[in-house]
Ligand binder design. Structure first.
Ligand code: NAD
Length: 549
């Protein structure tokens, strides 16, 4: 083993299972969902240096679509646990950072296979089931996230890690050998993940760990149920104690405590822009205390657009809007939430979109025929319905579809389309993060000024789509909107980026654009050491030029 030069072949994306009626995968997942739903609440501990710590300071995790049903209780981390986790990470650093890279990669590749194959322990069903129950994702949305994207993150990152380590400087001078050593960062990386993607939870701590770093992982409160299973899967795949320390709880408690440590070497964050900016400020305030300059990687909010040109097809536009805006209740950072449609196309788009929306069922995730489920919690429900309530009262805004909601059983909000006269009305500019799409209809002749409007309306620049058949219009949109989106789509919805194909991330207020699941992200977690060896070292300080004529 020690004399081999291991290499990892380019992976293929994990195939998406269909869960069609009558299939064995559907029966197996349904059985797992029922058993998870009817089990007593799971106690979720902190895991520090491999040890389970039940702090007794608990918070319930409930089903968003059935909010009286308690799935789990998080044992929240406090000051003591954060300090213990930093110490445990420091203890794990030596052995982990010195472990051969292929052995670290093997843990992720093994985790990916365990998840992909489901097997006797049924990990694919467990993690999909936890995502469906705990985050209210439909079976399809759970499968593309917690199974396929997570598997892809682990397999592609292992492949990219191999590529990065293989890149070595040339030997251009005789007698000299140059090497590049990719060291992990000194200290620990703080990984803070959001509620809306189980796979992001699986990726944020593992990508720095793969590159030899030790990590503290703070999952989002509302994703802790599926995060807990993800963590246990990594342990089963061979992750050594202390390499990733699992600290569920309040971000506003764990974050500042971890960021106060001089050992903070990096932050791997995904979540809202406001939280990320606060974290950056904290790092700025503490900057003179750190051993090194912490690497800060954050992917944050969006106000993602669909811009149709008069040459677009109505059905293509309507489908991009319905899927882009309402899958996972609009709670994807990439969700379409503002649309610009030319007047000539609008009647057909409207008809097509409304007929699609009529057929959408909203309900419990255990009913596989529901396209939409609940929004994540009461806070999100109140915020989203607040926008709908004020839109109903605003002049120049028409509720074209939906506008109804109820939080009696679960946090349900019907898919809502607002027709908005003023393209700067607040629902066209602010991140709502729910099933609300605002549509502005523009005069066909104002195509060029509409490009400027799309570019200048929001501080975010995450995703955006142009729908057009006219190639010149596509070129114009692509040029004018160069900085308006980090993921730009042509004749497609602005969601659904696939690892290895469309690396994901945005600029402006949407983040540092370090593209999750891509080599440029892994590069943030290493600190290169250049090594020069001289095979024939000089023995005299004098250069030839100094000799007398
Ligand atoms: P959030 O910002 O509320 O929470 C994200 C994480 O930050 C959670 O773990 C939370 O506990 C933690 N946190 C909160 N306060 C903190 C603090 N002071 N210090 C450290 N950590 C703290 O976001 P959310 O509601 O979980 O997720 C939704 C947001 O995430 C949306 O804005 C969405 O656009 C964004 N998002 C972006 C991407 C992307 O790739 N750009 C992907 C997914 C989600």
């Amino acid at each position: 083993m020690s004399n081999s030069l291991p290499s990892i072949p380019l992976p293929v994306n994990e195939p998406v299972r269909a869960y069609a009626p009558g299939s064995s995968e559907r029966a197996s997942l349904k059985a797992r969902l029922e058993s998870m739903y009817s089990s007593p609440p799971v106690e979720i501990p902190c895991v520090i240096g491999g040890k389970r710590v039940f702090t007794g300071d608990t918070e319930d995790v409930v089903c968003p679509h059935d909010h009286r049903h308690v799935l789990a209780r998080i044992h929240k981390a406090g000051k003591k646990e954060v300090a213990a986790a930093i110490a445990a990470a420091a203890r794990a650093f030596h052995d982990w950072s010195n472990m051969p890279w292929d052995q670290r990669a093997a843990i992720l590749l093994r985790a990916a296979d365990i998840l992909a194959l489901n097997g006797q322990a049924g990990w694919r069903d467990v993690i999909n089931g936890a995502t469906m129950l705990g985050q209210s994702k439909s079976v399809f949305q759970a499968e593309i996230d917690s199974a396929c994207e997570m598997i892809d993150f682990w397999r592609f990152n292992a492949y990219y890690c191999n590529e990065i380590y293989s890149q070595q400087p040339p030997a251009l001078s005789p007698g000299i050998w140059n090497q590049l050593e990719q060291r992990p960062l000194e200290g620990f990386v703080l990984a803070v993940s959001p509620f809306n993607f189980t796979a992001i939870g699986g990726n944020l701590p593992t990508s720095p760990a793969l590159m030899g770093n030790v990590v503290i992982w703070k999952p989002a409160e509302n994703q802790s149920y599926s995060a807990w299973f993800t963590f246990q899967l990594l342990e089963e795949a061979g992750l050594p104690p202390g390499v990733i320390n699992f600290l569920p709880g309040d971000g506003s408690v764990v974050g500042p405590l971890a960021m106060a440590s001089p050992e903070l070497a990096g932050i791997h964050f995904t979540g809202s822009t406001a939280v990320f900016q606060r974290m950056w400020e904290t790092v700025g305030t503490n900057i003179s205390k750190y051993r090194s300059y912490p690497r800060i990687v954050g992917e944050t909010g969006g106000k993602d657009f669909v811009l149709a040109h008069s040459s677009a097809e109505a059905d293509v536009t309507a489908t991009a809007l319905v899927r882009g805006a309402f899958e996972y209740q609009g709670q994807k950072c990439s969700a379409a939430s503002r649309a610009y449609i030319p007047k000539s196309l609008w009647p057909k788009v409207k008809k097509s979109m409304l007929s699609m929306l009529e057929s959408i069922k909203v309900g419990d995730t255990r009913d596989f025929s529901c396209f939409m489920n609940a929004v994540i919690n009461q806070r999100a429900y109140d915020k989203i319905t607040g926008y709908i309530k004020s839109a109903k009262k605003a002049s120049g805004v028409e509720v074209l579809h939906g506008g109804s909601f109820s939080d009696k059983v679960g946090y349900f909000i019907d898919p809502t389309v607002l027709l908005v006269d003023n393209p700067k009305y607040k629902t066209m500019c602010e991140e709502i993060f729910g099933p609300v799409l605002s549509v502005h209809v523009y005069e066909d002749r104002q195509w060029e000024s509409t490009l400027g409007l799309v570019n200048g309306t929001s501080p975010y620049a995450l995703t955006g789509a142009v729908i057009a058949n006219d190639r010149q219009a596509i070129v114009q949109a692509s040029r004018s909107l160069t900085h308006a989106a980090g993921n730009f789509y042509i004749n497609d919805k602005p969601t659904g980026a696939v690892v290895g194909q469309q690396p994901f991330g945005g600029g402006r207020a949407s983040g540092t654009n370090d593209k999750a699941g891509a080599p440029i992200n892994l590069l943030r977690w290493i600190s290169p050491r250049t090594i020069k060896e001289n095979f024939i070292p000089p023995r005299d300080y004098r250069y030839p030029v100094l000799a007398e004529e």
